[in-house]
Design a binder for this molecule. Structure first.
Ligand SMILES: NC(=O)c1ccc[n+]([C@@H]2O[C@H](COP(=O)([O-])OP(=O)(O)OC[C@H]3O[C@@H](n4cnc5c(N)ncnc54)[C@H](OP(=O)(O)O)[C@@H]3O)[C@@H](O)[C@H]2O)c1
Length: 383
């Protein structure tokens, strides 16, 4: 929004740089990029500006571990967009600091415990704090809500979702993954059904390839490994909407990546070695990322598939779009998927994200005449 100042933390990271790029492309408002290492940040911003004369943001030095200087940098921002991570280390206290400075707050990361810890401060300062402004959490919850909104009756709506691909892992992304598994955030092996969580037997909760017992849609290649797992955000969406069922499958597109993560969890490999192993696996493969949902209710069906090459760039763009929503009159701490209007936001992925493609088809007569009857239409290579 014109006249506001957007301050992006972690602007040199995989997510932060895409967030800065989207903000400078989409608004004339002042954008300030914050990083720990200003010369490095300047090189990143210069590289992203390219040669097409894109607007350069201002920049400022900020180390979130230097607690005394944090508020002096945050003061003056109208909206703080936190893309510094890992989020379990920085989100809660950075949100509190931003709210104390009178800013609205948007974070690419965050979990339910951070939301709960921030709610009182957001209400007291009359500001909104938005967490999970990314892909998962983020578009995951948005997609569930968007599909449910296209079907008439949540009480009979059953959704199957598959999400993932072949992607490198950022340093903060790996830290976050290891922390989430070790602290048992979310509900691995579980699905949501009729108001309760149900554990699937291990042989039903994972699988490989397309069209096997797990129903991995053909939008994913045969090398895809699927694990059923419900995260906190999607559980909240299923409960709030009163869905009949939600099964969420996380997809890892390569066995090498699965092995590298298992070794990191077993502490057989350091983080640096793990990142190198994943980079090696990814560089020899075709990179892709997809979110695919299939919803049914009373005989009506909705399919939707979002495809992109880089989920970090997508996360940064989504964080920027969330930050550009009008925060006036909004208070409290929420998931991004509770903050934006889900159906409209999901549809924007077709038009507002460079390099992404969205396929939406539905048996609902008000949406789209072309209704592919199977996921075969989205075979790898066609998107
Ligand atoms: N919702 C989603 O789908 C999703 C997806 C991906 C990531 N994320 C979240 O987004 C955040 C960033 O992830 P990423 O993939 O961009 O990671 P990344 O590439 O490793 O970048 C991390 C960023 O944080 C900065 N940082 C680290 N410690 C800092 C400190 N003490 N003070 C200031 N800045 C600091 C880094 O700055 P330096 O360059 O100085 O190291 C870097 O800019 C994480 O919290 C991650 O969980 C969310």
């Amino acid at each position: 929004m014109k006249g506001l100042t957007y301050l992006v933390l972690g602007a040199s990271g995989a997510v932060g740089r895409a967030c800065v790029r989207t903000l400078t492309d989409r608004t004339d408002a002042q954008v300030v990029a914050a990083g720990r290492d200003l010369p490095y940040l300047a090189r990143v911003l210069q590289a992203d500006a390219g040669t097409d004369g894109a607007r350069q943001p201002d920049s400022v030095r900020l180390d979130l571990d230097d607690q005394e200087s944090v508020e002096s940098v945050l003061a003056g921002a109208d909206v703080v967009v936190n893309c510094a991570g890992p989020s379990y280390r920085y989100s809660a206290r950075t949100a509190q600091a931003a709210l104390r400075c009178g800013a609205h707050y948007v974070d690419a990361g965050g979990d339910q415990s951070v939301i709960d810890a921030t709610a009182a401060a957001a209400a007291a300062h009359g500001r909104i704090a938005v967490f999970g402004a990314g892909v998962q959490p983020g578009l995951a919850g948005v997609a569930v809500r968007a599909v449910a909104a296209r079907l008439a009756d949540p009480a009979t709506t059953r959704i199957d979702a598959h999400c993932g691909g072949v992607q490198p892992l950022s340093r903060a992304g790996l830290d976050e993954y290891l922390h989430a598994v070790r602290s048992r955030t979310g509900h691995p092996g579980k699905i949501y059904q009729q108001g309760a969580l149900r554990t699937l037997p291990p042989d039903k909760g994972k699988g490989e390839g397309k069209n096997n017992g797990t129903g991995v849609p053909a939008a994913f290649p045969g090398t895809a490994h699927a694990h059923v797992s419900l995260d906190e955000e999607c559980r909240a969406a299923a409960e709030e909407l009163g869905l009949a069922a939600l099964r969420w499958w996380n997809i890892t597109g390569s066995a090498e990546i699965e092995r590298a993560l298992a070794k990191a969890l077993g502490q057989q490999r350091s983080c640096a070695e793990t990142l190198r192993a994943i980079d090696a696996a990814v560089s020899g493969a075709r990179q892709y990322f997809r979110i695919s949902l299939h919803g049914t209710s009373d005989g009506a069906t909705v399919h939707t598939v979002l495809h992109c090459a880089d989920s970090y760039a997508l996360t940064g763009a989504v964080a920027a779009l969330a930050a550009l929503e009008d925060p006036r009159g909004r208070t409290g701490a929420v998931w991004m998927s509770q903050y934006v209007e889900a159906r409209r936001f999901w549809d924007r992925m077709a038009t507002d994200i460079p390099g992404a493609s969205l396929v939406l088809d539905t048996a609902d007569a008000t949406h789209g005449a072309d209704v592919p009857t199977s996921y075969e239409e989205f075979e790898e290579g066609e998107l």
